[in-house]
Design a protein around this ligand. Structure first.
Ligand SMILES: Cc1cc2nc3c(=O)[nH]c(=O)nc-3n(C[C@H](O)[C@H](O)[C@H](O)COP(=O)(O)O)c2cc1C
Length: 225
C-alpha cells in the first residue's frame, strides 16, 4: 500500500471499542491474513490473527473499558529480545492502518482483556506485546486530543516541510492512555532523533509514532539518527 493511501488511514482512523456481530467477509479474512504474514516476515514477529473468538474480551475488565462485540483480534507478539516492543508497535500499527483502509475498525489493547483467554498459543520464548481488536465498528470512533506540536517536536537548525508533515502524522498516532510520551528532534545533519520518555508501553508507542512519522514525511527508515 502506498504512502498516500496509508496517510488517508492515519487521518481517518480512531480507536473503536464497539463492534457489530457481522463476521469478516472472505475477502477481509484473506487480506488480514496476508497483511499479518507480511508484517511477521518484515518485522520478524510472530503475530497471530484470531477470528470468531469472543472469550478474551468477554470479562469485566473489557466491559469496564467499554469494549463490546469483540470477536476478532491480532495478538502482536514475537521472540523476547531487544527492540521487540518498538518493532511490535511499528508493524502492529501497519496492520491497524491497512485494516482501516479495508473498512475494518481497530483498537490497540495492552491491558483491558483476559490474557488467559487469548485463543492462540504463545510459544516458549515469545512475549505478547499487545492485542489489536478488529471488526466492523458500530461507529468510526472520535479524534483524540493531541499534545501541541511544540511539546512533541524540536527543530535544531533549518526547519523543513517534510519534518512538519511527519509531525502532523505523529500527532494522530495512538498511544497508551493517549500519553504521547516522546519527542522528535530534527538535527542539523537532517536526521531525526525519536526519544521516548519511558514508562509502560512507551516503546510500543514510540514504534507506532515512528511509523506515522515515516508515512507523513515520506521518508524511509534512513531518516533516523
Ligand atoms: C500500546 C497501547 C495500549 C493501549 N491499551 C489500551 C487498553 O488496555 N484499553 C483501552 O481501552 N485502550 C487502550 N489503548 C488505546 C488508547 O487509549 C488510544 O489509542 C488513545 O487514547 C488514542 O486514541 P485513538 O486511538 O483514537 O487515536 C492503547 C493504545 C496503545 C497504543
Amino acid at each position: 500500500m502506498d504512502g498516500d493511501v496509508l496517510m488517508e488511514a492515519v487521518r481517518s482512523r480512531h480507536s473503536v471499542r464497539r463492534y457489530d456481530d457481522k463476521p469478516l467477509s472472505e475477502h477481509e479474512r484473506r487480506e488480514m491474513e496476508r497483511i499479518v504474514d507480511v508484517c511477521n516476515a518484515e518485522g520478524h514477529l510472530k503475530c497471530a490473527l484470531v477470528l470468531d473468538s469472543p472469550d478474551a474480551f468477554a470479562g469485566t475488565k473489557s466491559r469496564l473499558a467499554k469494549f463490546s462485540g469483540v470477536r476478532n483480534y491480532v495478538v502482536v507478539m514475537g521472540s523476547d529480545r531487544e527492540g521487540l516492543d518498538e518493532r511490535g508497535g511499528y508493524w502492529g500499527e501497519r496492520i491497524v492502518l491497512e485494516a482501516q483502509n479495508l473498512g475494518l475498525r481497530t483498537c490497540w489493547v495492552g491491558l483491558t482483556y483476559s490474557r488467559r483467554r487469548l485463543a492462540c498459543d504463545v510459544p516458549d520464548g515469545v512475549r505478547v506485546v499487545s492485542v489489536i481488536t478488529l471488526g466492523h465498528g458500530v461507529d468510526d470512533g472520535t479524534a483524540h486530543r493531541s499534545k501541541p506540536v511544540e511539546e512533541l517536536a524540536l527543530v535544531n537548525g533549518e526547519p523543513a516541510e517534510w519534518f512538519d508533515m511527519g509531525m502532523e502524522s505523529v500527532m494522530l498516532a495512538p498511544s497508551a492512555m493517549n500519553r504521547q510520551g516522546y519527542r522528535f528532534t530534527l538535527r542539523r545533519d537532517g536526521k531525526v532523533e525519536a526519544k521516548s520518555f519511558g514508562g509502560a508501553y512507551s516503546q510500543v508507542d514510540l514504534g507506532i509514532a515512528k511509523l506515522h512519522f515515516e508515512i507523513g514525511s515520506g521518508k524511509g527508515p534512513e531518516v533516523w539518527a
